[in-house]
Design a protein around this ligand. Structure first.
Ligand code: DGY
Length: 320
């Protein structure tokens, strides 16, 4: 009997093709809608492995349902949707997708920072809405990026990749991280700052830190109050690192200038979300790693992890 793999979202046939004969496949056949919880719990009961997305919560209930479960392969580098400690207690390996999405996510983070600073979405809408009548000296004037100071909070792989881009733009680089990164300081000229110092000094504050108990709502009212009134805040990690009410207040009180957000506390958000209604906010639907090539590589890494673990080998990218 072949091991049973449950895939929680429809993925392209051509990606599955090389793995087709290795497993017995079960799949939630919808591309746009997450699998309902009751279906998920029913399917996990007979699965040896699950390929899931960040829309699925892997908690004790899920793990208890998965009697044969050996691995949960999460199609994301972040894994705050998974109770990793509980998984390990159940003898279930958890894997994520580091490395393959680093550069793509850094591209998006930098693009979001630039779009926010130079008001690109507002500018495109300006034409679309038929508002462009004359060229004027300060029409849609934004903030410069070159020569400014970027403050990266969370200097992991993606943070480093953003710092490399910042260096190319002639920015000064500050960072805050759990530990100091000598290679980043040496190679990119980045300077370590404690959190309050970074908030006070940086022109662009970029959240790239994973969501943990320690980082939950670390960007709160106190943090926004420390930023310059010209500061631009960008979040490309997880919405939960931000107190959204405090961010809204900071933006509407002109305590900071603007924000670029790829992630939110509760996703998806609706067009009525208060932050969407602000002109000085660019909101994106969590597309950090969304290039077609990278999404395929993420799926392939999940499939390789499933293949390894259900066959008794070590996972390629286990979450420790
Ligand atoms: C991740 O990988 O954690 C992203 O947020 C989803 O692509």
């Amino acid at each position: 009997m072949k091991p049973v793999i449950y895939v929680t979202r429809k993925v392209p046939d051509e990606v599955l093709q090389p793995y087709q004969d290795l497993f017995e496949w079960r799949m939630w056949e919808k591309e746009d809608v997450p699998v309902p919880r009751d279906v998920l719990l029913r399917e996990v009961a007979s699965a040896d492995g699950v390929l899931c997305l960040l829309t699925e919560t892997v908690d004790r209930e899920f793990l208890a349902a998965g009697k044969n479960l050996k691995i949960v392969a999460n199609m994301a580098v972040g894994y705050d949707n998974i109770d990793v400690e509980a998984a390990h207690e159940h003898g279930v390996v958890v894997t994520n997708t580091p490395d393959v999405l680093t550069e793509t996510t850094a591209d998006l983070t930098f693009a979001l920072m630039m779009a926010t600073a130079r008001r690109l979405i507002e500018a495109a809408d300006y034409i679309r809405e038929g508002k462009w009548e004359y060229w004027t000296p300060y029409l849609l004037a934004g903030s410069d990026i070159h020569g400014k100071t970027i403050g990266i909070v969370g200097m992991g792989r993606i943070g480093e990749a953003v710092a490399r881009r910042a260096k190319g733009f002639g920015m000064s680089i500050l960072y805050h991280n759990r530990s100091r990164k000598e290679n980043v300081e040496r190679e990119l000229g980045a300077d370590y700052r404690d959190f309050p110092e970074l908030l006070q000094e940086a022109d662009f504050i970029i959240s790239l830190t994973p969501l943990t108990k320690q980082t939950s709502k670390m960007f709160n009212q106190e943090a926004f109050n420390m930023m310059k009134s010209s500061a631009i805040f960008v979040n490309a990690s997880r919405g939960g690192t931000v107190d959204e009410q405090a961010l809204y207040d900071a933006l509407t009180n002109n305590d900071i200038r603007a924000a670029g957000l790829d992630v939110f506390v509760n996703e998806p958000i609706s067009p009525e979300h208060p932050l969407v209604e602000l002109e000085n906010v660019v909101c994106l639907p969590h597309i950090g790693s969304a290039s077609a090539a990278t999404r395929t590589e993420m799926l392939e890494l999940c499939l390789d992890n499933l293949k390894a673990v259900v066959n008794g080998y070590d996972a390629i990218t286990p979450v420790k």
